[in-house]
Ligand binder design. Structure first.
Ligand SMILES: Cc1ncc(COP(=O)(O)O)c(C=O)c1O
Length: 391
């Protein structure tokens, strides 16, 4: 990003709301529009080229998520839209009295679509959030019972940076034969995702959070999507991964998202694409963790500042840190920092239930800093200087 603010480089610490895009991603999309902006499955060369690029995008996203193959990867407008389609399809297999478990920590995109199923008589249970910013494991164990059909949980919180215990969620759901649906929107930009290690039935993420354009991605375990009564046209391919993809997709953006994953992989070493992705994401994780640690350490020493979310000693924490200030609301602080060219978010970021549970809603929520792979020590310094003035 080449934006200046008052003659200085602007500081983008708003990554959890959407990341900046590398030039190669923009160039890929420009090239798509200039050379093959036609629809799929035609009998002429540019259409073959679109088919080839979409197939490559599915392969690349499968490598990004550690999936078995390209047929596990569906695309959509964004995570929220795909999750509404998924929850409605799963809802079609449920009976009144069946239970779906969600969490108090999750983004509304992984709560609202499931809460809608109450209209069909489905009972929704909610795993409690502790003051520490972590989900309560004993509450999770008590909520997931033989009546549970789905557990929908985020891999990482976009509000507090918590990394949730997905392995526990899988053990509990496997024991009762329930589906595990993972929202990896906030996790995917910061850690290597391995859907097979997680043994997720479904996992969702969103390209604009990991340096790509706006495209939603749904991973479905082989066979899982084929069993669902998705909303679709009679002319549509009923097989996975197409079974849940309605209408014409944003082909240029999908190609751009593929370029974003290749860009990420270019930072890693290895012989296969998957090896390069995992190596790169481990490197990005370590880099971001160090910077976030500097911010966390600095900000918690300032007077009148309260830091939320889990302790920062563990590597297993996303580099997303939220605070409140005694002397200012989050919006006032974000506005003051924004005026200095330091861009951070305020409010609840759609993790409204978590902010409500922490009793912060009336006070205007949290001031959230997101470290991304392009963040620097200088960015963190400018942020800390700005917050020190406010504190
Ligand atoms: C954790 C989390 N889940 C889901 C979403 C929704 O993603 P999308 O904007 O692609 O619908 C977001 C967006 O901020 C998010 O942070």
């Amino acid at each position: 990003m080449q934006r200046l603010h008052g003659g200085r480089e602007a500081v983008f610490l708003d990554g959890p709301g959407g990341s900046q895009v590398p030039t190669v991603v923009i160039e890929t999309m420009v090239d798509f529009y200039q050379t093959c902006n036609v629809n799929t499955h035609g009998c002429f060369p540019p259409s073959h080229e679109v088919d080839r690029r979409l197939a490559l995008a599915r392969e690349t996203l499968a490598a990004f998520l550690g999936a078995a193959g390209p047929d596990t990867i569906s695309f959509g407008q964004n995570m929220t839209t795909l999750n509404f389609a998924l929850s409605a399809a799963i809802g079609g297999t449920l009976q009144a009295g069946d239970e779906v478990v969600i969490t108090q920590l999750d983004h509304e995109a992984n709560r609202g679509p499931w809460l809608r199923l109450q209209e069909r008589g489905v009972i929704i249970r909610e795993v409690k959030l502790k003051e520490s910013g972590e989900l309560d494991p004993s509450d999770m164990a008590s909520k997931i019972t033989s009546r549970t059909k789905v557990f929908a949980i985020g891999a990482s919180s976009n509000a507090l940076g918590t990394v949730n215990d997905i392995a526990l969620g899988r053990r509990l759901t496997s024991a009762v034969g329930a589906l595990l649906v993972v929202d990896a929107v906030h996790y995917a930009p910061h850690f290597p995702v391995d859907v097979q290690a997680m043994a997720a039935d479904f996992l969702l993420c969103s390209g604009y959070k990991f340096y790509g354009p706006h495209v939603g991605v749904l991973y479905s375990k082989p066979g899982a999507l084929d069993r669902l009564p998705t909303e679709r046209l009679c002319v549509q391919d009923p097989a996975a991964p197409y079974r849940i993809e309605t209408g014409t997709l944003n082909h240029a953006a999908i190609d751009g998202m593929r370029a974003a994953v290749d860009y990420l992989a270019s930072w890693g070493k290895g012989t296969t694409l998957r090896e390069r992705i995992v190596d790169a994401m481990n490197g990005i994780s370590a880099y971001e963790h160090r910077l976030a640690g500097i911010y966390h350490d600095g900000v918690r020493r300032l007077p009148g500042i309260h830091v939320f979310g889990p302790d920062f000693t563990s590597r297993s924490r996303a580099p997303t840190i939220s605070i409140t200030l005694d002397k200012h609301t989050a919006a006032e602080a974000a506005r003051a920092l924004g005026a200095q060219g330091v861009y951070v978010w305020d409010g609840h970021f759609y993790a409204a239930r978590a902010v409500e549970c922490l009793r912060l809603a009336e006070r205007g929520g949290l001031l959230r800093t997101g470290i991304s792979m392009y963040s620097t020590d200088g960015d963190v310094r400018r942020l800390l200087d700005g917050i020190e003035q406010l504190a």
